[in-house]
Structure formats: structure tokens, C-alpha cells
Design a protein around this ligand. Sequence first.
Ligand code: SF4
Ligand code: FES
Length: 231
Amino acid sequence: MSNLIKFKIDGNECMAEAGTYIVEAAHQNGIYIPTLCNMPGVKPKGSCRICTVKINGRLMTSCTTPVTDGMEIESNSNDINELRKSIIELLFVSGNHFCPACEKSGNCELQALGYLYQMMVPRFPYDFPKREVDASSPFIIKDQDRCILCKRCIKSIKDEDDRSYFAFHNRGNHLEVVLDKELAANMTKETAELAMNNCPVGSIIVKEKGFVVPIGQRKFDKKPIGSDVTV
Ligand code: SF4
Ligand code: FES
């Protein structure tokens, strides 16, 4: 039984099923709210904060907050867009995201958001961290330089016993997402490809293949991120 409720985003009247997360409800109404750690089919975790909106003057993550009847949501305002831009800049300076040399260029959600929010040069100093590239798996190159610790691979890439191929390792500044070597030895090519596609950036690349579509013709090369949602 449907339980449609009304709410507003930036003054626009919207409708959705009660309990739908704001980010999804917005998409259903043709309004794009950016996401990075969130992905359809996986329980939201609210870790990257790029989807932040304002509700009753409070900043909330829209991927973890359900819509309620009469809710007034502010998303596309100068201060929220500025906040999102700073998050993108912080992600860029805390890793080594050299887009022209990255196999994910054109398919990378972080790069696409950098363009969308017109990031030129980050306002924060670069960390230039020294991180190892793990190429020990038969199918995958795990490039720690580009990992934004979003957990999408941990939550979505599992074997038939529901064991995750990826896991957190270390803490604090040394926190990283690593591939379980034992499980990875039995990973199929299809799973490796799914892992590459589910990673929003270029931290998981399938060995000897990468992306088949050439740079210049990829997902975000022609249309900005979010343009498939916005009406
Ligand atoms: S490898 Fe990719 S999907 Fe996994 S945590 Fe890092 S950025 Fe996210
Ligand atoms: S997409 Fe909502 S916190 Fe990352």
C-alpha cells in the first residue's frame, strides 16, 4: 500500500513514499543531490558527507535521513555547495589523485564532482601521502593512493558466504582498505570487474584490462555527473 507524503526541496514541491531516504526521494523527483559513499542496494553509512543538506537549520546527510511529511530541505544553496566543494578539495589533497594518469578518468565520481563544483586548485595543502600499490592479486590492482575510504567495496563485494573481499586495516592516518589475499585468490573476473565499477574512484583496477571505453567517451566525459537525474 502506498503512503505518499509531500515535502519540499529548495522550495520545489516533491512527493515520495514515507521513509524513503532524502537522496533517493530527491532523485525520484528529478533533483540531484551528490553522493560518494552511498550506492543503491547497500545500506547507507553517511561517511563522506557530500550529500549534506539543511533541514530546519541543521546539517544532515541526505543518504541516511528519511523524508517526512512537510519536511523542508535546502540543498542547492551557496553555503551547502561551498561545503560540498570543500569536502571534494579535502579528498583531493588527502590522496594522490592525479586524474590525467588515472585509468578511472572519465568514469571517476570524485573527478566528476570536482568539475561539477568547479574546483580549480584546492584551498588546502596537499598531503602527498606515501602509500603502497598492491598488485599481488591475480586480477586486481589496489591503488591506495586513490582510495577515499568510502567502504563501497567492503559493503558490496562479497563471496557466496557473504564474506567481504575488502576490509579496513590500521587506524587513524594509516587507515586503509585492503584486499583479503586469501579470498582474492579465488575471486572471479566478473567480481573483479564489479569491484572496479563499484569503486567511485580509481582505487580498484582490473589487471591488464581497465576500462574498455576509451578516455573522452566515458560516462562523465560528455555529460556532468547528476545530469541523468535532474529534470
Ligand atoms: S577502494 Fe574504492 S570503493 Fe573501496 S573504499 Fe576505497 S574508494 Fe571506496
Ligand atoms: S553519500 Fe551521504 S554521506 Fe556519503
